[in-house]
Write a protein that binds this ligand. Structure first.
Ligand SMILES: [Zn+2]
Ligand SMILES: [Zn+2]
Ligand SMILES: [Zn+2]
Length: 309
């Protein structure tokens, strides 16, 4: 039987029984187009008409609460993208989960402080090393002193609930990624009825997979949707920079490992696209190759509903 509270919940929340994940950014840390770039990639029509925000997710919990994965300086625009998907403006997030401390993943944290949002007690979930990085960066440490954020340290491979009533869990999976500041994790968001993998950055498939192939690894993680590191299409994009300096498995390599989509495969979408990546343009030959193989590129504003049990 419905109590008045349940009735109210059913009447006011359109997505009862679902956890909704909205993609709030699909570019590498610098965004697309990127400041300072005067090459064709960022001068093109597509760069002007289809910009991409740095990677992030917005998650709407079962109780209607809002949660972020990554804290980007583009949070204002990301909230507009989120609003468009939800049909209403998201409230101040109750939690933020951070994969690592490279620029685009953490540079919006300061927006929670008294100069801007002036939040209270937003739970910032992260690894021990990311929490130490926050504590040792004066501008971020001030947020703790102000009470704007509370750090919550996760354990690798142990799922946690971002807030008590949100109705989903997040499991941090350690992945190798050049660890200048901190370690790095991929995240699996689990509603009980569906699982989504968020893997924006890692150095190489060999290290991440540890003897498995991609399908076996994903089967082990039991994911229905996978957002995968697609930073570079191939090494040609780097021009004068060395792949050793910024290692990521290329999309070409991932496609070689995956082959064409087979029945039962998860919905795999590539994201964290560098501004040089031809996948930024849906009309490119490379985008067509990806589609022909049955895979796709994630776009800002894509959303997934994960059923709850
Ligand atoms: Zn990144
Ligand atoms: Zn560019
Ligand atoms: Zn990174």
């Amino acid at each position: 039987m419905l109590t008045p509270r349940d009735y109210d919940r059913n009447m006011t929340r359109p997505h009862v029984g679902e956890v909704r994940v909205t993609v709030l950014g699909t570019a590498q840390d610098g965004g697309f187009p990127q400041p300072g770039c005067q090459r064709a990639c960022c001068m093109s029509h597509i760069a002007q008409t289809n910009p991409r925000m740095p990677v992030a997710l917005g998650i709407t919990g079962l109780d209607g609460s809002h949660h972020l994965v990554e804290a980007s300086r583009m949070m204002y625009t990301q909230f507009q993208i989120w609003k468009q998907d939800l049909g209403h403006h998201p409230s101040i997030p109750k939690s933020i989960s951070l994969t690592h401390a490279h620029l685009g993943h953490i540079d919006g944290l300061g927006l929670l402080g008294k100069e801007v949002m002036s939040t209270r007690d937003v739970k910032v979930h992260c690894s021990q090393s990311v929490s130490q990085h926050i504590e040792h960066t004066p501008a971020y440490a001030a947020l703790i002193d102000q009470g704007a954020i509370t750090l919550k340290i996760w354990q690798s491979n142990v799922a946690f609930r971002p807030t008590t009533e949100c109705g989903f869990t997040i499991e941090p999976i350690p992945v190798p990624h050049r660890s200048e500041f901190t370690d790095c994790h991929a995240l699996v968001i689990d509603s009980g009825g569906g699982r989504l993998l968020f893997l924006p950055d890692h150095d190489s498939w060999e290290e991440t997979l540890n003897q498995l192939d991609i399908r076996e690894w994903m089967a082990q993680l039991r994911v229905n949707v996978a957002l995968l590191d697609g930073t570079f299409w191939n090494a040609d994009e780097l021009q004068n920079r060395d792949m050793q300096e910024i290692p990521h498995p290329t999309v070409e390599e991932s496609l070689q490992r995956l082959g064409v989509k087979q029945s039962g495969d998860p919905d795999i979408r590539f994201f964290h696209l560098n501004h040089t990546n031809p996948l930024c343009d849906p009309q490119s030959e490379q985008s067509q190759i990806l589609r022909d193989m049955g895979w796709s590129v994630a776009n800002d504003g894509d959303s997934f509903t994960l059923e709850s049990l």
